[in-house]
Design a protein around this ligand. Structure first.
Ligand code: CS2
Length: 488
């Protein structure tokens, strides 16, 4: 089978939608840090829609960690790749041409130099929550993070996201080049504000004057990004290549749904996002909060409980009526009442989410979503919990979600098999379980005292402790499947 590339694009047009422009003629106005499946199925698709009308906004890709896998897969295909859109029995293909290059930090200056290219006017980011090197409970830069400590000692050769951005902004300023806009597209709380905070706090420790310049001159618009994009599997690669009639070494598969809400605050020009269907707003927070709580909060609940109950994917978990009912009630009773989003019908939003979660064409693994819970719980569940506490309302299902996370990070499943827990705090969380044993009360107290996750307030709250302990007791005694049945 021939390989997908510029040369075979004519062939691809027989089975897939292909770029309506010549990819070799586009300029790269955006540098994207963290080219993963989500970026390739979301922002890169939006830009692919734009390039026929405005060729200034191609994407120069960059990895923040030294991993050449994707570059090795895409370089022989001229960075073209396929997006497989899947819903039920339907599978549509689209070849995307907006990604034009991919640099990997290899100790040389190539990445920083590319960030300093004056044609780059936006640096967008998807490096997942932990890539920001922050304390999840406070949003402050984690000064004791090993990468941050190394970058502070050697700021001109950075290795972390805050380090790369600060150094590139410093060099641009020194060269008289206007700064780029920094556009976070990760699911962090107040992603624009948080990114601004970690970058300025980093700069503050390196050069106070530079920190002032960044605070005054650099825009960090917030965004809400949404599309469910599971990690690509070997089966996906085979299926997409067979349907395309060309070999694609690393396609992405996703759902038809796509959404992007962006704060309209750019200092060095921006694409005409409106014409692509993105929503430009003054304040993204209500949208972001809605998405983090309703979509991602439910996702994490499904991930921990579903994994423990032996379900491999989200759709499989949601095919269990008890789980579907739990998620419906969770959103209706405990999450939606904490939200106020102008012009959005939260009941309709909930129903659409449930339908998306039930999409059997996506094999979204519970294990994948369960990753990095220590970084995810605050914005997904704990913000809603604080709101419920403040308004004096019940939070039993939130407590169940937190208990399910605790049960999961003990590192042993319901058959005593090891769980491959991926989390920056995994070792510490496992140690807590090993030292505490399977006693729900002691385990609850020990985990609630992890301040990076729960803060001081929730960690010390007796009502939270007793609700979480009650849920954890059930999970330990009866297992997840039986426990979920007691909530419906
Ligand atoms: C998921 C998200 O992996 C996860 O934690 O909850 O990646 C989710 O699929 C996206 O945020 C959907 O927009």
């Amino acid at each position: 089978m021939a390989r997908l590339s510029l040369k075979t694009l004519g062939e691809a047009a027989k089975t897939a939608q292909v770029p309506a422009y010549d990819p070799t003629t586009v300029k790269t106005g955006i540098l994207h840090l963290g080219v993963g499946a989500f970026h390739r199925a979301h922002q890169a698709v939006f830009m692919d829609d734009l390039l026929a009308k405005d060729p200034r906004w191609g994407i120069a890709g960059a990895q923040v960690i030294n991993n050449t896998q994707l570059r090795d897969a895409l370089a022989p295909q001229d960075f073209l790749y396929t997006v497989g859109l899947r819903s039920g029995d339907e599978a549509k293909l689209r070849v995307v041409g907006s990604l034009r290059s991919l640099v990997v930090p290899d100790g040389s200056d190539a990445l920083i130099e590319k960030m300093c290219d004056p044609t780059i006017r936006i640096v967008s980011i998807t490096v997942t929550e932990k890539g920001y090197c922050y304390d999840p409970a406070t949003g402050d830069l984690a000064m004791n993070h090993p990468g941050i400590a190394a970058d502070l000692a050697n700021p001109h050769q950075p290795t972390t996201l805050p380090g790369f951005i600060t150094e590139a902004l410093r060099r641009r300023r020194a060269a008289g080049t206007a700064p780029f806009t920094v556009l976070s597209c990760d699911n962090l709380p107040s992603n624009g504000i948080t990114t601004r905070k970690v970058v300025t706090q980093f700069a503050e420790s390196v050069d106070k004057d530079l920190a002032k310049f960044i605070a005054a001159e650099v825009a960090f618009p917030g965004t809400m990004v949404d599309r469910i994009v599971p990690a690509t599997t070997e089966q996906d690669i085979a299926a997409v290549s067979a349907q395309l009639g060309l070999e694609d070494a690393w396609p992405v598969v996703t759902e038809p749904f796509i959404q992007w809400v962006i704060e309209d605050h750019f200092t060095n020009g921006r694409p005409d996002y409106e014409s692509l269907g993105a929503e430009m707003v003054k304040d993204v927070e209500p949208y972001e909060r809605m998405k983090h709580r309703m979509l991602n909060g439910s996702h994490s609940m499904i991930a921990y409980l579903g994994y423990l109950a032996g379900y491999e994917t989200v759709a499989e978990t949601m095919a269990d009526r008890a789980f579907e009912k739990l998620i419906f009630d969770f959103m209706t009773e405990e999450l939606a009442p904490t939200l106020h989003v102008p012009g959005v019908d939260l009941g309709g939003y909930r129903d659409a989410l449930i339908a998306r979660f039930k999409n059997t064409a996506l094999k979204h693994r519970t294990w994948q979503i369960a990753m990095d819970g220590s970084q995810k719980l605050p914005q997904r569940m704990l913000g809603a919990l604080r709101d419920r506490l403040e308004s004096g309302e019940s939070f039993d299902r939130l407590a169940l979600g937190i208990a399910a996370w605790m049960r999961y990070v003990t590192g042993r499943d319901e058959h005593e098999a090891a769980i491959d827990v991926r989390d920056p705090l995994a070792d510490r969380l496992k140690k807590i379980a090993d030292e505490t044993g399977r006693h729900a009360g002691a385990l609850t107290r020990a985990y609630l005292s992890v301040e990076e996750v729960f803060g001081h307030d929730l960690g010390q709250n007796p009502a939270v402790a007793s609700a979480v302990e009650a849920a954890l007791t059930k999970l330990l005694d009866q297992g997840a499947a039986a426990t979920v049945k007691t909530y419906i």
